[in-house]
Design a protein around this ligand. Structure first.
Ligand SMILES: [Ca+2]
Ligand SMILES: [Ca+2]
Ligand SMILES: [Ca+2]
Ligand SMILES: [Ca+2]
Length: 273
């Protein structure tokens, strides 16, 4: 007697193949040193053990992301508040995010803004469009109100890019990665742990005072996905892993469906014949 697998029809065999292929599409995660991770699968929950869930403000929505869904910001007032512990007290750290910017004039796209009662840019990551204070696009970070940035850059709108900022307090550097590659490294000796107050950690808008001081030209316009915060400096290989472009899941699914339908057609023809 044939075993169960061999006895299965070509259709069910292909369904099995399809399911196994689709399961491979899991988004990358690095658990070592993970403080918080936001996948934005229709919510702003932290999928990590700390449960530093975000809270949406002013109409955040969710759309197609790099891996599953992404958080969509309207460029007007949409913001997500994070528990300050997601960054407070960090010395070495890595902040990484996928962004997809909508076309707009010379504006700033603030990604994350961390403040305390005396310093509004205690930590900030932003991508400024050309003409906003600089003739070129600028990918930057503020650490302890000190601005570090890189402007030999131009990212296309309506396309996904992976951005990473690391601070290494031993080497006294802040490093900028785009799409998994180290693009720029700047010396910065401030090694104090980040001091982020209770209401001082936000995605999508720049604070000019603790939990406020919003400005309409400093509101992220577009989508963010798969934000990860680590309490250590990830290696280049780890950042490359996080930034890997996923296989197009739809092609896998439709490829399987196509193969399944062809197999079903063959099976029917055999039965008739
Ligand atoms: Ca996602
Ligand atoms: Ca809004
Ligand atoms: Ca501002
Ligand atoms: Ca500010």
């Amino acid at each position: 007697m044939k075993n169960a697998l061999l006895a299965a029809s070509p259709v069910s065999f292909c369904v099995l193949l399809c399911l196994s292929a689709c399961v491979v599409e899991a988004a990358p995660i690095i658990e070592d040193g993970l403080v918080a991770m936001y996948r934005f699968e229709d919510n702003a929950d932290d999928i990590g053990a700390n449960e530093y869930d975000g809270v949406e403000f002013n109409g955040i929505s969710y759309g197609v992301g790099v891996h599953g869904q992404a958080a969509v910001f309207d460029g007007v007032d949409d913001r997500i508040q994070l528990p300050h512990d997601a960054m407070n007290g960090l010395s070495d750290f890595t902040f990484s995010v996928w962004i997809n910017m909508e076309p707009r004039g010379a504006i700033s796209n603030p990604i994350i803004s961390a403040a305390n009662s005396s310093v509004d840019n205690e930590f900030m990551v932003y991508y400024n469009i050309e003409g906003y204070g600089d003739p070129e696009d600028t990918f930057g970070a503020s650490v302890g109100q000190h601005d570090l940035f890189w402007s030999d850059i131009s990212l296309a709108f309506d396309s996904w890019h992976h951005l990473t900022v690391t601070r290494d307090t031993t080497l006294e550097t802040v490093s900028f990665y785009i799409d998994g590659s180290l693009e720029y490294e700047q010396s910065w000796s401030l090694s104090d742990p980040l001091d982020v107050d209770l209401s001082g950690l936000w995605l999508g808008g720049d604070q000019d005072s603790l939990g406020g001081g919003w400005n309409s030209s400093q509101q992220f316009f577009g989508a963010m996905d798969e934000i990860a915060i680590h309490d250590r400096v990830l290696t280049g290989a780890e950042i490359e892993y996080l930034a890997a472009v996923p296989e197009p899941a739809t092609m896998v699914i439709f490829g399987c469906l196509g193969a399944g339908m062809a197999a079903a057609g063959k099976a029917r023809r055999r039965k008739r014949g």
